[in-house]
Design a protein around this ligand. Structure first.
Ligand code: BGC
Length: 454
């Protein structure tokens, strides 16, 4: 006799699937100079006229540095099982190297304690784009010493928090650090050079590998890396458009994963970087490739590409899909591409445990939450379809073990300032009042049912 499916039984998610939400230090904390913190690159960048929409800065942001206990209580109320956050290096080592600032570390010590007390697993990212400005003054990621700076910082954080942090990530999206920071200059430190982007990428990955070794030597468990992936679909079947996609995929999706997981650089990068490309020494490739316990994938959208000689340096241009829904950041909503991404990772890199470490959408919400609450049906639809895509990947045999929604709170969306709201929880930036949106309630129910029906 076959029993009819009950909604509870129809979940694709394993019973220990980890449901959570993510944030990063500069985007939410505020109080950038509190308790002896040094000036960060993002503090400096945000205070440089013209860099951030409306001149917004992270001076207050979501005031999380001062409201942390209430924010953890909110996470507990939503039923989060994990919380992904990042540590501000400039709080821990104000000059970037040498002296450790116990008061700055103390904040993360209290945060981790509060999370453990609430039964929420801490997932810590060591570097989510902000770091001490003093290190940029020493050449930033162009300086080979950056590897040692990162190793010392990783050790300081591991020694303070290693006994309680459940998951460690070395870097968040190294691709964005080099693409935005060194190639196009839209993010800190705002440089524009293919030569610099190629050098920074190598130092970042050697720092990643060295950081993994340091974390392991300190006894940290569950060590991984977080990358952002975006499938590159060809705008037509022409050989030129297909070749453009191969370059775009190598540049964005494989530039960091191939060294970290396969110990080599993708061949098409030579063509992309041209004379700016320098082969990595074998020792660097060996260091970059360390066994990882998990891989974090941030997924937001795909891109459809055509060959374009004017698009420096990849020679591929995105083609807007006019029939599709787009978010406030202009990104096409396409859940199927998340399934494709997860299957692609398994196919190219083997069976590594995967976590979705970011996924979410900016849609318009009013600055002040109306008395009847914040209804955000587009965000609910986005989350529902993308969690469905994760379920499809699991059914197809991909080992996905958790999902962190981006983001817990409306926060500072980097160069867009506060003009884009990604939060499950609405933040009134004038009063700092938090109001869970309809999406937060939907997500809480989804967690409670372990994704039944998705
Ligand atoms: C970053 C987040 C950012 C999000 C939305 C990711 O690239 O890790 O910090 O807010 O995308 O743009």
């Amino acid at each position: 006799m076959t029993l009819p499916d009950t909604p509870q039984a129809s979940t694709a998610f394993p019973h220990d699937f980890l449901w959570g939400a993510a944030t990063s230090a500069y985007q939410i904390e505020g109080s950038p100079l509190a308790d002896g913190a040094g000036i960060s690159n993002w503090h400096r960048f945000a205070h440089t006229p013209g860099r951030i929409t409306h001149g917004d800065t992270g001076d207050v942001a979501c005031d999380h540095y001062r409201r942390m206990p209430q924010d953890v209580a909110l996470m507990k109320q939503l039923g989060l099982q994990a919380y992904r956050f990042s540590v501000a290096w400039s709080r821990v080592m104000p000059e970037g190297r040498g002296r450790i600032n116990p008061a700055g570390l103390g904040f993360y010590d209290r945060l981790v304690d509060a999370l453990c007390e609430a039964g929420i697993a801490p997932l810590l990212t060591l570097h989510h784009w902000d770091w001490p400005a003093a290190l940029d003054d020493r050449g930033g990621w162009l300086n080979p010493d950056s590897v040692g700076w990162f190793a010392d910082y990783a050790q300081a954080v591991a020694r303070a928090l290693g006994d309680r942090v459940a998951f460690w990530a070395t870097f968040n999206e190294p691709w964005v650090i080099t693409d935005g920071g060194y190639l196009y200059g839209t993010l800190a430190p705002g440089h524009r050079s293919a030569y610099e982007a190629a050098i920074a990428a190598r130092h970042l990955m050697v720092a990643h590998g060295t950081g993994v070794q340091v974390l392991r030597a300190e006894g940290c468990k569950q060590v991984g890396l977080v990358v952002n992936l975006e499938p590159k679909d060809a705008a037509s079947d022409s050989p030129a458009d297909r070749a453009a996609c191969v370059r775009a995929e190598a540049y964005m999706n494989r530039q960091f994963l191939d060294p970290a997981l396969l110990g080599r650089c993708p061949e098409p990068l030579r063509e992309v970087f041209g004379e700016a490309w320098v082969d990595w020494p074998a020792a660097d490739l060996a260091l970059a490739r360390q066994p990882l316990d998990w891989l974090g994938i941030n997924y937001y959208t795909r891109s459809v590409n055509r060959h374009d000689d004017n698009a420096w340096p990849v020679r591929a241009s995105p083609v807007r899909q006019s029939q599709a829904t787009h978010t406030e950041t202009g990104w096409e909503v396409r859940a199927q591409s998340l399934t494709d991404t997860l299957c692609w990772v398994k196919q190219h890199y083997g069976d590594l445990p995967l976590y979705i470490t970011e996924n979410g959408a900016a849609f318009y919400d009013p600055p002040v939450a109306p008395p009847e609450g914040v209804d955000d049906p587009l965000r609910v639809a986005y989350l529902r379809s993308h969690l469905g895509a994760v379920a499809d990947a699991i059914r197809a045999g991909v080992d996905v073990r958790g999902y962190m929604a981006w983001s817990l709170l409306d926060n500072l969306e980097w160069a867009h300032g506060f003009s884009k709201r990604f939060g499950l929880v609405h933040v009134n930036l004038a009063t700092q009042q938090r109001t869970p949106k309809a999406s937060a309630r939907w997500y809480a129910q989804t967690i409670a049912s372990n994704g039944a029906g998705l």
